[in-house]
Ligand binder design. Structure first.
Ligand SMILES: [Zn+2]
Length: 92
């Protein structure tokens, strides 16, 4: 089966999208795709136990409802905050 491809931000080559994840400190998971040409890791998202619990709730919630919309927004906000926090710390 053909894998989904993406363009690497680092070397600009097409590479298969193989999603992997690492466990970071404080229960944070870093989900990323690794370039097969240069090994550069493109971040897909970061998650933690709070976000995972919300994602689980969101999955169980019916489509096109206010509740699902609210959960989706909340997850996006938390993921954005988490990403900013981690990336700010990694440049120290
Ligand atoms: Zn690359």
């Amino acid at each position: 089966m053909a894998k989904e491809m993406y363009v690497c931000n680092e070397c600009g080559k097409h590479t298969p999208l193989v999603q992997k994840f690492d466990n970071l400190t404080n229960g944070v998971e870093h989900h990323y795709a690794e370039c097969q040409s240069c090994g550069y890791r493109s971040t897909i998202f970061y998650t933690n136990s709070e976000i995972k619990a919300l994602m689980y709730q969101q999955k169980k919630t019916a489509f096109f409802t206010k509740k699902k919309e609210r959960l989706t927004k909340k997850i996006q906000t938390l993921m954005g905050d988490l990403k900013n926090e981690i990336e700010a710390n990694s440049h120290e």
